[in-house]
Design a protein around this ligand. Structure first.
Ligand SMILES: [Zn+2]
Length: 429
């Protein structure tokens, strides 16, 4: 039987929220530190790996800053970009929109001229494209605790070499608390006027007001994190209505204490509310995760069905800044491959069926009389879709035991409801 890990590995993927600095693996960091004469707090790679397992947010920042300190020459940037491309290929990630923080590495506060930094990262991208066939675009960000650098970043990103060098959007990263989106209104307006997309982080460590600010002041087209929208029903409805995509990073949120567990994470709730959700790894090396791990967690620990996983996987292609016709082409390729791996998409997604929520509840509480009417009102293909979905839940690898039990209970309820009729027979095949 195919395991969930194998299924996820087979699916082609797009990653929209990943920090280049956060992809640097301990072994690479160790070599870079030796080469550049940077002293590390530990003596060997094994100890470095343990040190990477951060204890709190301050330690997380310390690791991130140490990585930045070890990145000094153009070759270093070419190398880490190439290595992320290698990791993409291993995970079947076909395309990524990657964030990095230019003022940390270039200009007055950095070690390289901006042009050299961009050229080095593009050299790594080119080599990864050549060797692995993976594609990347850039979302360089303003680090929000340095608002004074905003105009420098925008100047760089709107330059001809940036536009021809893969830059597609302006990001906004760093500590959200104390640095609201409104501080960056001018920078984002200028970026948009030059045709860049607006892609700030918001709603991670600050609540809904930060997301409203990013939408109203920065005209955000897509949001980094955005999970805390769940605290404001009006905002959830707005995001769903306007179809503003969220780049959700479950492990990052759990590791940084935004949510205490995957079970408490609002990924599934947001998806079911109609929000355009995508799944991402954020800083995979620091969170000891991969995009594939995130897809597995989404199903195993956050409770998504495989059909919902298909939806979020395809959402990432749609939410990307790929131009047409590249996007349509990639979407067609992904849909074909998802169908090959997961089977055809149900004629109608069971989650979209009318009153499914109450129907489902009734099924589970085994109150057949109450649902008889509802069931009769469903069209034949809607019943078919429900049967197919329940049977897959019972038989497929990758469902949590509780989910499998619920599905079996629902099938039993349908059996007892329908007696020896032909539909009941179908549930036993
Ligand atoms: Zn991030």
């Amino acid at each position: 039987m195919t395991t969930l890990d194998q299924i996820v590995a087979m699916l082609p993927k797009v990653e929209l929220h990943v920090h280049l600095e956060g992809t640097v693996q301990p072994a690479t960091l160790f070599e870079l530190a030796q080469k550049n004469g940077v002293s590390l707090p530990v003596a060997d790679v094994e100890a470095l790996r343990a040190w990477y397992t951060f204890e709190d947010f301050d330690h997380f920042v310390e690791i991130f800053m140490t990585i930045c300190e070890c990145l000094q020459t153009p070759d270093d940037f070419a190398r880490i970009t190439y290595e992320y491309g290698q990791s993409m290929a291993r995970q079947n990630i076909r395309y990524a929109e990657v964030t990095w923080s230019p003022t940390t590495h270039a200009g007055a506060t950095g070690k390289l001229p901006w042009e050299d930094l961009l050229a080095a990262i593009n050299a790594g991208r080119e080599r990864a494209r050549r060797e692995f066939g993976v594609e990347m675009r850039w979302i360089p960000d303003i680090v929000r605790c340095y608002p004074d650098t905003a105009s420098t970043v925008v100047g760089w990103l709107t330059s001809p070499e940036a536009r021809s060098g893969g830059v597609v959007a302006l990001g906004l990263g760093g500590p959200e608390v104390g640095f609201p989106p409104e501080l960056f209104t001018d920078a984002f307006r200028q970026a948009r006027e030059h045709g860049l997309h607006s892609n700030p982080h918001a709603g991670e460590t600050v609540g809904p007001e930060s997301i409203w600010g990013a939408i109203r002041s920065l005209q955000a087209e897509r949001l980094g994190h955005g999970v805390r929208a769940v605290e404001d029903p009006d905002l959830v409805a707005y995001l769903a209505g306007r179809q503003i995509p969220l780049e959700i990073c479950p492990t990052s949120n759990v590791r940084l204490g935004v949510y205490e567990s995957y079970a408490a994470h609002p990924l599934r709730r947001l998806l079911q509310a109609g929000v355009w959700v995508t799944i991402n790894s954020d800083d995979p090396a620091l969170f000891e995760t991969t995009l594939n791990d995130e897809y597995v967690h989404a199903v195993q620990d956050c409770g998504l069905s495989l059909d919902q996983l298909r939806q979020v996987g395809l959402n990432a292609v749609r939410a990307s800044y790929l131009p047409e016709p590249d996007k349509s082409h990639m979407l067609a390729v992904f849909e074909a491959e998802y169908t090959r791996v997961l089977g055809p998409r149900p004629t109608q997604n069971v989650d979209d069926l009318p009153d499914l929520e109450s129907l489902w509840d009734n099924l589970l509480s085994r109150e057949p009389e109450r649902i008889q009417g509802q069931w009769r009102d469903l069209a034949a293909e809607e019943r078919e879709a429900i049967f197919a979905h329940l049977k897959r839940m019972v038989s497929e690898e990758g469902w949590a035991p509780a989910q499998r039990q619920s599905a079996q209970a629902a099938l039993d309820a349908l059996d007892s409801l329908r007696g020896a009729g032909s539909d009941a027979d179908r549930t036993r095949t």
